[in-house]
Each structure stands twice: as structure tokens, then as C-alpha cells.
Design a protein. Structure first.
Length: 281
């Protein structure tokens, strides 16, 4: 079977041997294996019982990024820590695709009061031999316009962070959250990680490449998303997170496509689409 649901997890399998796992909690992709290797990072300390967003994989950020002073929602919103409905398998040939959905009516009253808008959000995960595509489609079911942020908070498995580099962001303006929101432009041709990094690259190119060392690389192609976040917590932040191992910063990097530097406006009855394709070179 190309898609099986068991214990609130959907397991995908492709004829090539590629596979993926998606938890109904947060519709979080928690595994993507291609060419015999795990491509996503999930912390060994991640909490998987539905009490906290899963630390790793591809958590979904919506309708806010971070926290907002005037919006009473948890950090990064509510969809990464809510159970989604599994719609089912939608294609099964050269690609295996499954779909999930969540509506405002599925949220508890406190969350709905924090962001009182009517919406339907669907999420499609598409697996091929060498790629994983993840697509969000948001429908504003209100009459009035609302504003939102969204992001695919992808954690990549990077066995040796010292060998990792990100290419494609040279010259792009960024907001440096480590430096209290200071704004600058990326001067390097490739980004390497040797300390805490938390940057929002604004209006980033749609195509980036993560070099994992040696001949290993992943291409990220985004669509409908304006920005790209690069994050590694490094030593002190790692120790401060209860659901992240003290030394796990050495084996992961987050490169996250989204629209987070500015609000996205969506008119009543309108639909927005955004996502990414990750391809192994």
C-alpha cells in the first residue's frame, strides 16, 4: 500500500524505496528517506504525545511567525500543535500524494478567539523517487480580508554541520534575530554555520542549494513564499531547549521557506497557495 494510517501517523512508500511519515499532530512530516538515507532531522528529545509541537521534520507555521504582542496565540500559531484531518491518498503512480486539512471550527475556543477568522487550510505531501513536495492551500471563508504569516519550518539532517553550506542567498537582505533584528545584506557566496544563526532572508530567490559535504546536496525550490529563514540554535540555545539534545545542533540545519517578514493579505473568499519542492541531487 502506498499510504497507510496507523497510530495517528500516515506512512508513505514509493516503488523506488523512498518513504515518508506524516504525523496527524501538526500534519508534521517526521521522516523522508530517499536513496536509503534519512533526509530530515527530528530530535531524539522530541515530544511525540500531542502535548507539544514536534521538534523536527517539517512543522507548519500559521497564522503567525514567532509571537505577536497583539495576537493571543502560541509561538508560530496553532496548526503545528493541532490534530489535522487525514483526507487520504489522492495520487498513486510516479508520485504518491496524500492530503490533510484543518478548519477554524476544529480549534478550541481560546485559539479561535486569538485569531477569530474562518478558514480552511489543506496540506498536500507528494513523494517521488528523489523529491518531496509540500503544498499549503489556504481558503479565506470570511467575507472580510485577513492577514497571516506562514512557513515550512524544515529541519534537514546534516550529519556534520561544519561541512554544510547554503548557496543562493548572496546579496539578499536579511533580518538578524540574533542581533536584535538588525538588518543587513548577505555578503557571502555560501553561508556556513559556526555559531548561532537565526536570519530571515527577505524576498529570497525561489531556488537554493544546501551542500551537505562531499557530493550530497538538496535543492529547495519555493513557490508562493517570499522569504527564507536559516536557523541553527548552536550551543547555548540547544542547552536551553528541553526537547532538543545539547549536541544536536551539530547534525541539523533549518532552511525554511515562508512569508514571514510582512503580512500576507487574503481577501474574503479568496485562496492562497504556497509550498516547496525538495530534491536530492
Amino acid at each position: 500500500m502506498p499510504a497507510v494510517e496507523k497510530d495517528k501517523v500516515v506512512f508513505l512508500s514509493h516503488p523506488s524505496g523512498a518513504s515518508a511519515e506524516i504525523a496527524l499532530y501538526g500534519a508534521t512530516v517526521t521522516s523522508w528517506k530517499a536513496r536509503g538515507k534519512e533526509r530530515l532531522f527530528v530530535s531524539n528529545e522530541a515530544i511525540r504525545d500531542g502535548t507539544k509541537a514536534i521538534r523536527g521534520g517539517i512543522p507548519l507555521v500559521f497564522p503567525i511567525f514567532g509571537t505577536k504582542e497583539n495576537i493571543a496565540l502560541p509561538q508560530h500559531g496553532f496548526v503545528r500543535n493541532s490534530y489535522w484531518e487525514y483526507i487520504g491518498l489522492i495520487t498513486d503512480n510516479d508520485e504518491v500524494a496524500v492530503r490533510f486539512a484543518i478548519k477554524d471550527s476544529q480549534l478550541d475556543k481560546k485559539l479561535r478567539n486569538g485569531w477569530p477568522h474562518s478558514f480552511r487550510l489543506t496540506y498536500t505531501v507528494i513523494l517521488t523517487e528523489n523529491s518531496l513536495k509540500t503544498v499549503l492551500v489556504l481558503k479565506n471563508e470570511d467575507e472580510d480580508t485577513f492577514e497571516f504569516n506562514t512557513l515550512l519550518h524544515t529541519y534537514f539532517n546534516a550529519p556534520n554541520i561544519a561541512a554544510v553550506s547554503v548557496a543562493g542567498l548572496s546579496g539578499v537582505s536579511y533580518i538578524d534575530k540574533v542581533e536584535n533584528g538588525a538588518k543587513s545584506a548577505e555578503a557571502r557566496d555560501v553561508i556556513t554555520i559556526a555559531s548561532e544563526v537565526d536570519r530571515v532572508y527577505c524576498d529570497a530567490p525561489d531556488k537554493l542549494q544546501i551542500n551537505m559535504g562531499g557530493s550530497e546536496a538538496v535543492i529547495i525550490e519555493k513557490f508562493g513564499m517570499r522569504d527564507t529563514v536559516v536557523w541553527n540554535p548552536w550551543i547555548d540555545k540547544s542547552k536551553a531547549m528541553g526537547d532538543f539534545g545539547d549536541d544536536e545542533y551539530k547534525s541539523m540545519i533549518c532552511v525554511e521557506v515562508g512569508s514571514v517578514a510582512d503580512w500576507v493579505k487574503l481577501g474574503g473568499g479568496q485562496t492562497w497557495t504556497g509550498g516547496q519542492t525538495l530534491t536530492i541531487l
